[in-house]
Structure formats: C-alpha cells, structure tokens
Design a protein around this ligand. Structure first.
Ligand code: COA
Length: 275
C-alpha cells in the first residue's frame, strides 16, 4: 500500500469523511491505537491522545500533525478517574468537542493463571475494563451533545479460550459486555457504542509481548490468510465503524482476525490442511 505523508495507507474512504470531528484516543501513543489515530487524521479528524507518558504522546502527535493543529497529547492514567477527567476536559476545551472516543488503553503480558498474582490480574482489569468505563462515563455529556460514537478496542481472547491470557480475556469479555449494555442505554441519546476485536497485529507492542519466543513464523504460517493484520487495516475498519456508513451499527464488536480465532482453527486445521 502506498503511504500518504503521515504514513497511513491510501484509503478507500473519502479524505473528508471525518472532517471537523474530534476523537479522543486512549493508549493513542502507539500500536493499534496510533494506527487508528493516523486513519482518523488522514480523513479530516483532530485527535486527542491520552496515555501515561507525555513524551510518547508528544512524539506521536508530532508524527500525526507536524504543525500541531490536528493532534495533541495529554498524559493521564485511565485508572485514575480524576487525572483522566482533567485530561478529557483539557482536550475538549482545546478542540471544542468530543465526537468520538476510542478506548484503546490496555495492559497485557503472558502469565499462567497459577503464577499470576492477584495484583497482576487486578492491574489488567483496571487498565482495560475500568479504564474503558472511566473514559466512556466521563465523556458521556460531551458524546450526548455531539451524538457521538464510542469505539472499544477488544481482542479475540474475549471469546476464544486462550492459555496464559486469563487476565486480558476476562478484561476484554467485560469490555464487550459494556459495548452491548451501553449501546442499549445510550442509543436514546444518539450515541453509538461499537467494538473491534483484532487478531494479531504486525509490529505492535502486543505482538512483542504475546508471541511465544521463536514462534512467529510458525504461527504466521498456520493462520488462514497466512499473515497477521496491520495497524493500517485496523485503522480502516475503525474508520468505517465510526463513520456514518456504520450509522445503524451499535452494540456490535467486529472481529477482525482473519478467521484465526474461529472454533475450527487449531488441531483439526493443523491436522487436515496438508491433505
Ligand atoms: N508476568 C506476571 N505478572 C506481571 C507481569 C508479567 N510479565 N508484569 C506485571 N505483572 C504483575 C506485577 O508483578 C504486579 O503484581 P505484584 O504487585 O503482585 O507483583 C502487577 O502485575 C502490576 O505490575 P506493575 O508493573 O506495578 O504495573 P504497572 O501499572 O506499572 O504496569 C502493566 C502495567 C503490568 C500492564 C505493564 O506491563 C505495562 O505498563 N504495559 C504496557 C502496556 C501494554 O501492556 N501494552 C500491551 C497491550 S496488548
């Protein structure tokens, strides 16, 4: 794919599809969430990035919008509702509104449940699930005013039993439930709540943290499409989900995993694919 000046792929969407919109993206300094930020800025949006480290946010914002007009970062930990509220207030004041909230902040590591400390489990639940609720709840009035969209970043561990992933599995399953329940409650205010559940995404922190050592090529070869996805592809799907083209989609978490988490994958697939 040919990159445009900010590194996003040439997109099938009209370049002004998000013109004038303001998106807050938690965890927006890197990985999947930065890919979503790139897609949004390339299509006319301004983005407010929120995560723990200001220097990471500053670098990401400079890459997204060299003149600073369409991207800026505010440091806050999504587990700290007061700090997060202050960052959201500052972002909304700076850009004038919040039309889209992307809940992307997440924490993960491989750990067998038998060795995972209670604090390790709690930490991931607090970043992923509580952080998603905090940001969504704190944005409610502004999303109501803009008849906005919440996009929750989930993962296939939410529905696919996965070893060494009991903590993010529980956290992401709870996020998918938030997506459903909030879609019901907030539809009356014109707010859509959607989710995206990517499979493995090339070049991300998640891939680094979750890939068993030495297994990357083997895993890639076992995937139905023979490859993982990219931050650019996830950005395109996110763009669709927050755009008017998805205006009647709410409460849905779209799985974007190249069929890697389908129940038939695994042993039967491995045993039969050479036939
Ligand atoms: N295996 C087992 N337990 C682990 C662990 C690992 N690899 N990494 C952290 N933990 C446990 C810690 O031991 C601690 O529990 P304890 O107090 O009982 O020892 C608990 O998790 C919290 O760790 P801490 O480092 O204090 O948390 P933090 O808030 O500073 O960091 C993390 C959050 C743990 C998620 C950290 O890995 C992180 O910041 N990750 C960056 C974001 C990320 O994971 N992105 C990937 C998205 S897929």
């Amino acid at each position: 794919m040919t990159p445009d000046p900010i590194g996003a792929p040439m997109s099938i969407f009209k370049p002004d599809v998000l013109a004038g919109k303001v998106a807050v993206i938690t965890g927006g300094g890197s990985g999947i969430n930065l890919g979503i930020a790139k897609a949004f800025v390339a299509h006319g949006a301004s983005v407010a990035l929120i995560s723990r480290t200001q220097s990471k946010l500053d670098a990401a914002a400079a890459e997204l919008s060299p003149d600073g007009a369409h991207a800026r970062g505010w440091a806050a930990d999504v587990r700290d509702a007061d700090a997060l509220g202050a960052a959201l207030d500052a972002a909304a004041e700076h850009f004038g509104a919040i039309d889209i909230l992307v809940n992307g902040a997440a924490g993960n590591f491989l750990a067998p449940a038998a060795a995972l400390s209670p604090n390790g489990f709690k930490t991931v639940i607090e970043i992923d699930t509580v952080g998603t609720f905090n940001a969504t709840r704190l944005c409610f009035e502004r999303l109501k005013a803009s008849r906005g969209v919440v996009l929750n970043v989930s993962a296939t561990q939410a529905f696919m039993p996965t070893p060494l992933q009991v903590h993010p599995g529980a956290a992401k399953a709870a996020i998918d439930k938030l997506t459903q329940d909030l879609a019901l409650e907030w539809g009356a205010f014109g707010i859509r709540v959607v989710g995206i559940a990517p499979g493995g995404v090339e070049g991300t922190e998640g891939m680094k943290r979750l890939m068993p050592p030495g297994m990357e090529e083997k895993m890639r070869a076992a995937l139905p499409l023979g490859r993982f996805t990219t931050t650019e592809e996830i950005g395109e799907v996110a763009l669709f989900l927050v755009s008017p083209a998805a205006g009647y989609i709410t409460g849905t978490t779209l799985v974007v995993d190249g069929a890697s988490a389908m129940p038939i994958s695994g042993v039967f697939w491995q045993a039969t694919r050479a036939l």
